[in-house]
Design a protein around this ligand. Structure first.
Ligand SMILES: *Cc1c(COP(=O)(O)O)cnc(C)c1O
Length: 402
């Protein structure tokens, strides 16, 4: 009994400390579908905070495919993939993903998993053990960091996008197996990892390259195959993780790699094996999403997104806040202080625009920021509204004379 209360007291004290540091987070209840406009607390807001880069999260064709999948396969899968949960819908999706990604794979195969977080744990824990050294990019997503920790490999963090530092680390490593692990598009910064340079270092040092393309799949490249297509990379030494919850608008993730790697994941990856297969209806819906991404309509959506990115980059001259150097749909504006970042976010919301306010531990201390995310679903006029709101919010929070 006594120790229970001690834990509660500790947690209360920690929560108070978070609050004092302006680090408490709050979940907002969204009452509408995900789109350019969201209904929150009875108010309509323009949303520049989702990862729905192509505007597919509320696409009626995909929602109808989900309903069709539910009526065909029911609600749940009933078991893990290796028992009886692997449905024909999962299998068809994996074939479609492997075909789509084929130009950037060597003897490629794809594996569908319930989430990107799980996929990253699944890949790293299956490929690394205590005889492995993992070379982890400084700004990697939490799931890559957690996967590395869970694997019991030696972890060496290299500075952001620093190929020279990575070359030195690889050169001096005595490890039997080496994995270089990186985001393709950095989720809180929007810049892109130097993948061609990373791959050539891997080839030089006999290392494998693990690429988390959460923010590239569906968005980057002419066909939307993501970061590998953008840089025209193809190697049996690359393991790609793509999420299907962002541009693809549904849920889950896939690993695309050499067939032998995928077979090893099926046989031995604990996060994959010891978890119930996701509802087959999701895999059914994702086949429709993938068709749209790969079609001319997908290209058109990517062009619309590129137009919004260009519009935003052009408008940055009008702002005093410091934008980060990004050419992707993730366009952060650096503020620094936690309290000021929250105040800026509130000021924007009062003007009808919802932008993510990102604080530590998601970003390094002292680098709190507004994270603007753009989508093909946004119109030119909607983005203009955000820019006007930004100018007003900036004056309010920084007291810049008008
Ligand atoms: C969102 C994200 C993930 C996790 O994907 P989920 O499908 O949401 O679990 C992994 N890596 C990166 C870089 C992400 O941004």
């Amino acid at each position: 009994m006594g120790s229970d209360h001690e834990l509660l007291d500790t947690l209360r004290a920690r929560l108070t400390r978070l609050s004092e540091q302006h680090l408490m987070r709050q979940r907002q209840q969204v009452e509408s579908t995900c789109g350019a406009q969201l209904q929150v607390g009875g108010h309509a807001l323009l949303a520049f905070c989702s990862n729905d880069y192509l505007g597919l999260a509320s696409d009626t064709r995909i929602a109808e495919a989900l309903a069709e999948g539910a009526s065909r396969y029911g609600a749940g899968s009933g078991a893990s993939h290796l028992i009886s949960g692997h449905s024909a819908a999962h299998a068809r999706l994996e074939v479609a993903l492997a075909e789509f990604m084929a130009p950037n794979l060597v003897q490629g195969r794809a594996l569908y998993l319930s989430s990107g977080y799980m996929a990253n744990l699944a890949v790293i824990t299956a490929l690394a053990d205590k005889h492995t050294e993992i070379f982890s990019e400084e700004l990697n997503h939490a799931s890559l960091i957690d996967g590395a920790r869970l694997s019991r490999a030696k972890i060496s963090v290299y500075p952001h996008c620093d190929l020279d530092a990575l070359a030195r680390l690889l050169g001096s490593s005595p490890a039997q197996h080496k994995l270089v692990v990186t985001d393709s598009v950095f989720s809180m910064d929007g810049d892109i990892a130097p993948l061609p340079g990373l791959l050539s270092l891997c080839e030089q040092h006999g290392a494998w390259l693990i690429v988390d393309d959460a923010h590239g799949f569906g968005v980057l490249g002419e066909q939307g195959r993501g970061a590998l297509e953008l840089s025209a990379l193809r190697s049996p030494q690359i393991v790609l993780i793509g999420t299907l919850s962002k541009a693809a608008g549904v849920a889950g993730a896939f690993v695309a790699a050499h067939a032998t790697v995928i077979e090893w994941l099926v046989q031995r990856s604990r996060p994959y094996i010891y978890s119930t297969a996701s509802p087959p209806a999701l895999a059914h819906a994702l086949q429709t999403s993938l068709k749209i991404i790969a079609s001319e309509e997908g290209s058109q959506r990517r062009r619309l997104l590129a137009e919004r990115i260009a519009q935003w980059r052009h408008a940055l001259d009008l702002l005093h806040w410091q934008p980060l150097d990004s050419s992707t749909a993730i366009q952060p504006v650096l503020i620094g202080d936690n309290q000021e970042t929250m105040a800026a976010g509130r000021a924007l919301r009062e003007r009808g625009s919802w932008v993510g306010s990102v604080r530590p531990p998601t970003v390094p201390r002292g680098t709190s920021r507004l994270r603007v995310t753009l989508s093909a679903a946004h119109t030119e006029a909607q983005l203009d509204e955000l820019i006007v709101a930004m100018q007003a919010a900036e004056k309010l929070t920084q007291r810049i004379p008008s």
